[in-house]
Design a binder for this molecule. Structure first.
Ligand code: HGY
Ligand code: MN
Ligand code: MN
Length: 425
């Protein structure tokens, strides 16, 4: 092993090479976004574009001398041997699947940053004591198969493989069928048979805090709770002109009451730092002169505090019953995702903070508003995250998503330092 501290302390990643990889991957599944006039990214999980992105990155992994394998959920693990290859690896990674209107940084920075660390160690002929693995987790976004962190949750054992394979998209296509169709079912079992020694993920913040505070690095203390609900509201279609109001069972009125109640729950502050989003909404028959009979809508709830989240869920369910009585509709709902808050160990937070300080970066402790694979892998080993700021209030899940070449390199240099230290333990 030749990871001597003096030599590696001055090691830095190749910022241009990292940026070029981000830019090249960002062209896979790129589209001209009418809303912003920018080139966005659309690489929904297990689509031709997602698979093309995987093939591009796995090709780079092979070029970097990594041994690449898949698990039964299509998660990719690319391994760089250590001096003592019997030791559990230090794992870095994230995802490269995207939402339908994405930028080119969400997830990709963590995967390509991990690859850049390998490329940098290769350039300098450095062998670490422990093996290093770069992971690409499947369907982190949940944008196609309806539950987020699907791949990493399966690798961590929170979701059974059979349940993961059975998840369907809006056309009734299952996650398992798509894994089979693209030949992405690997030989490694899930849950992960050998836990990593530690896991680190670099990710854009996807919010305004670091930019507003002019922090260069976010030391992530944890991830907030997430609950996703899918509501089906059924009323009765009727003539918009001839039906007296008292005889209506207007599914759209019920949906509006739910949305307003969610806003009241958030703005009242009665449920802590709660956030609520109705991101998907479909109405039927969707015609100007017919009272809507059916509405499908999704509810995304976030909260730093699990007890507040549970209370909000209970009160919301009770409110659904009130609306049923008031409007004369039926509301059925199902929970499609539910993850508790995750707190990363102090040891990992301290390591990230120390590496940021050693590199001279202004850094602050932050809780992630978004869900991440690190929140799942934290069930298997000590996990931590490095955030980099985004511009334009850190907007994300939008083609405006942008972080600078320097900010990205800063984050991956912090990751590099932390990985080298962990891989020498
Ligand atoms: O929804 C999330 O927080 C993540 O982007 N999947
Ligand atoms: Mn992400
Ligand atoms: Mn995302």
């Amino acid at each position: 092993m030749n990871t001597n501290t003096a030599h590696t302390a001055t090691l830095r990643v190749d910022a241009d090479r990292l940026w070029n990889s981000l830019s090249e991957l960002g062209e896979v599944g790129a589209f001209e976004d009418a809303d912003t006039g920018l080139r966005g990214v659309r690489r929904l999980a297990l689509t031709d574009d997602d698979v093309a992105g995987r093939q591009l990155v796995v090709g780079w992994m092979h070029e970097a001398g990594l041994a690449v394998r898949l698990d039964e959920a299509g998660n990719v693990y690319a391994r760089r041997a250590g001096a003592d290859d019997s030791l559990a690896p230090v794992m870095v990674g994230s995802h490269i699947d995207s939402v339908a209107t994405a930028g080119r940084f969400d997830g990709c920075l963590g995967v390509l940053g991990g690859l850049e660390i390998v490329r940098t160690l290769n350039d300098h002929g450095i062998t670490t004591q422990r093996p290093i693995e770069v992971a690409i987790f499947s369907e982190e976004e949940g944008a196609r198969f309806g539950t987020d962190m699907l791949g990493s949750a399966t690798a961590a054992g929170r979701i059974e493989l059979a349940d993961a394979r059975a998840r369907t998209d809006r056309d009734g296509v299952t996650f398992g069928a798509e894994l089979d169709r693209y030949d992405l079912v690997g030989t490694q079992r899930v849950p992960m048979p050998v836990a990593p020694y530690a896991y680190l993920e670099c990710h854009i913040e996807q919010g305004p805090i670091l930019e507003a505070n002019q922090s260069e690095i976010g030391v992530v203390q944890g991830v907030q709770a997430i609950t996703w609900l899918e509501l089906e509201i059924v009323g009765r279609a009727a003539h918009a002109g001839a039906t007296p109001n008292a005889l209506r069972h207007d599914a759209e009125l019920a949906a509006a009451l739910v949305r307003v109640r969610l806003d009241e729950m958030v703005t009242s502050g009665d449920y802590g730092a709660m956030l609520a989003t109705v991101g998907r909404h479909e109405t039927h028959p969707n015609l100007i002169n017919i009272v809507p009979s059916h509405v499908l809508l999704t509810v995304d709830l976030r909260n730093h505090d699990d007890s507040e989240m549970t209370r909000a869920e209970t009160d919301l369910t009770n409110f659904f019953h009130e609306v049923e009585q008031q409007v004369g509709v039926t509301i059925t709902h199902r929970t499609t995702a539910k993850t508790p808050p995750v707190r990363f160990p102090d040891s990992m937070q301290d390591l990230v903070a120390k590496c940021a300080a050693n590199l001279g970066f202004r850094h602050e402790v932050i809780t992630s508003g978004a869900g991440h694979d690190a929140g799942e892998i934290a069930a298997l080993c000590p996990a931590g995250m490095v955030f980099v700021p985004g511009l334009y209030d850190g907007i994300s899940h939008n083609p405006r998503e942008y972080s600078t070449p320097e900010a990205c390199a800063n984050g991956i240099n912090v990751l590099l330092s932390a990985v080298i230290e962990l891989a020498g333990e």
